[in-house]
Design a protein around this ligand. Structure first.
Ligand code: UT7
Length: 341
């Protein structure tokens, strides 16, 4: 893999900070032992190979925008920001309510944001929240005051529940953050950098091949299961370890901080073994990684904001802590962010 070369987000100027976070997970929990009754798998295999013990599954009739709106309300409440104060709504998702229009416009309506508030989706898969944070940061640098980012996924609807190589891995949920301008009184707090990358040569390693304009949904495409997630697990695994490590090291070097100064790493939660390997390569001990994969599985773009919000609300991440985030997903799209809370 080529060494990352993307330019720094905004050299020397810290424009924005995370004002608050929120998350929502559907009530229903599907455990590994439930899965044992559905496919040829075992709790032991799933725990040993992935670290996952259970995942949340959305209720029938519940849409991505419902979960996103709930996470957004919680983030807005924690930020003490009214929905009608928002200047922009970004929804990161690969499981939108519909191919058209953007899920963000449904979220706009559900949370009561202004009906002229710009709202759009981004499809950067598991890196969606980091991509969204980077976009929000630039809008804030350009004068926006309040930006909402939601990472939301309803992956249970795009799983082949007969394919044990994928269905045991993913879960549903939403995480949100309100981003605002950094003020003088914030001191060193803020989004210090974001680094984004994509490698389209790996596009087929993780994809939903059918249902788009290339292969529209037909009876044949559905019978062939092309509307489900397809993944070359081992290829993704190897690339993820290298890319997450390199993007993390770039964030550290770019900001001139030491590894010891990083209080917490909030990685995308795809596989505990990937996270362990990244911890070794980057040289930051695993006990400084925020981990919730055992309870959520892989929730793609929702995984970082859910983990972040849990850690903030539990008092694990505290004001002033230096927090490194890194994610890789389909594309492959990947990246890192360094944030002083
Ligand atoms: O969000 C970002 C994108 N996703 C990822 O980052 C995921 C990256 N990949 C992975 O996490 C791992 O590659 C997996 C968890 C998907 C698979 O783990 P692995 O250690 O790479 O297993 P494997 O694919 O090499 O499969 C080993 C064996 C195979 O059996 P044989 O051929 O050795 O007889 C599989 O058929 O495990 C079998 N297997 C299972 N056995 C029980 C695969 N899935 C299961 C399962 N239960 N659910």
């Amino acid at each position: 893999m080529r060494a990352p070369t993307s330019p720094p987000s905004h050299p020397g100027i810290v424009a924005s900070r995370i004002l608050a976070t929120g998350h929502y997970a559907p009530e229903r929990i599907l455990t590994n032992s439930d899965l044992e009754k559905m496919v040829d798998t075992s709790d032991a295999w799933i725990v040993e190979r992935t670290g996952i013990r259970e995942r949340h599954i959305a209720a029938e009739g519940q849409a991505s925008s419902d979960m996103a709106a709930e996470a957004a309300r919680r983030a807005l409440e924690a930020a003490d920001v009214r929905a009608d104060e928002l200047d922009l709504i970004i929804v990161a998702t690969v499981t939108p309510d519909m191919p058209l229009p953007a899920t963000a416009v449904f979220v706009q309506q559900k949370i009561g944001a202004r009906s002229d508030c710009p709202a759009f989706d981004i499809a950067a898969a598991c890196a969606g929240f980091i991509y969204g944070m980077s976009i929000a940061d630039r809008f804030i640098a350009g004068g926006a005051k309040r930006v909402l980012i939601v990472g939301v996924e309803l992956l249970s609807r795009v799983m082949n529940w007969k394919d044990r190589t994928t269905c045991v891995l993913f879960g549903d949920g939403a995480g949100a953050a309100v981003i605002g301008p950094r003020s003088e009184s914030d001191g060193a707090r803020g989004i210090l950098s974001t680094h984004l990358y994509a490698d389209g040569s790996q596009a087929n390693a993780l994809c939903i091949p059918g249902g788009g304009s290339k292969t529209p949904a037909t009876q044949l495409s559905v019978e062939a299961g092309l509307h489900y997630v397809h993944m070359a697990g081992q290829d993704v695994f190897k690339y993820a370890v290298r890319a997450l490590s390199s993007a993390s090291l770039t964030a550290i070097e770019h900001n001139g901080v030491t590894k010891d100064e990083i209080r917490w790493v909030v990685p995308h939660q795809a596989n505990l073994r990937i996270i362990e390997a990244v911890s070794k390569r980057v040289g930051i001990p695993l006990d400084r990684f925020v981990l919730n994969i055992a309870r959520y599985g892989n929730t793609s773009s929702a995984s970082i904001p859910i983990a972040l919000d849990e850690a903030v609300r539990a008092g694990t991440i505290q004001k002033g802590d230096l927090v490194l985030m890194c994610a890789l997903g389909a594309g492959f799209a990947y990246g890192s962010a360094l944030v002083r809370f």
